[in-house]
Design a protein around this ligand. Structure first.
Ligand SMILES: [Zn+2]
Length: 190
């Protein structure tokens, strides 16, 4: 076995916990339909290729979705572990180049990932009609920003201040989630 296989960080990360982290971020009050916003959803098996990826069916609009539907994490070739580790390193204030080195990815790929994560977990795609009922999802998505802000963001203080103001509501959830991934104690100004 090559040394690179032994220190493949993403291979050490528990897939089930990654999906649990995503669920906690986007649905702190329980899963709800990304199409109609209804909370009347039932579990509907798991993804064929990713056994930890929960599928759901909406009892209101009969829509089908899963843990990643409508998030920036859906439809990407990078496994979820890499996204979670990327988020973790962002919280430690690593540069894109440093993250790329740690994860064995191209810096350009990491730049695209960090840009998407900063915008929030739940993608704001124009194809999906966002109504007032799905606002809780949008608020939950700010948790990603909170994690990022906690470690400080050098270079764009104005942008951070703006995000901190808009995402203050989900702070405790983000802090709880971040604590699971980051054992270092650092003062939080959020
Ligand atoms: Zn629905």
């Amino acid at each position: 076995m090559a040394a690179s296989d032994l220190i493949n960080l993403s291979g050490l990360i528990d897939d089930a916990k990654c999906f649990a982290l995503v669920r906690q971020h986007r649905w702190p009050e329980g899963a709800c339909c990304p199409v109609c916003g209804s909370g009347a959803v039932i579990r509907d098996g798991h993804d064929d290729a990713q056994p930890c990826r929960q599928r759901y069916r909406c009892k209101t609009c009969s829509g089908r979705f899963d843990d990643l539907t409508g998030t920036v994490l859906a439809g990407h070739h990078q496994p979820l572990q890499l996204w979670v580790l990327c988020l973790y390193f962002m919280g430690l204030n690593l540069s894109n180049r440093q993250i790329a080195l740690e994860l064995g990815l191209d810096a350009s790929d990491v730049q695209a990932m960090t840009e998407q994560l900063r915008r929030g977990l739940v993608a704001k795609t124009p194809a999906v009609e966002l109504t007032g009922e799905v606002e809780p999802d949008a608020r939950a998505s700010s948790g990603i920003d909170e994690v990022y802000i906690m470690a400080g963001h050098k270079g764009q203080p104005a942008a951070v201040a703006k995000r901190a103001g808009s995402g203050a509501g989900a702070g405790w959830q983000a802090r709880r989630a971040a604590a699971r991934w980051r054992r270092t104690s650092r003062p939080s100004s959020a």
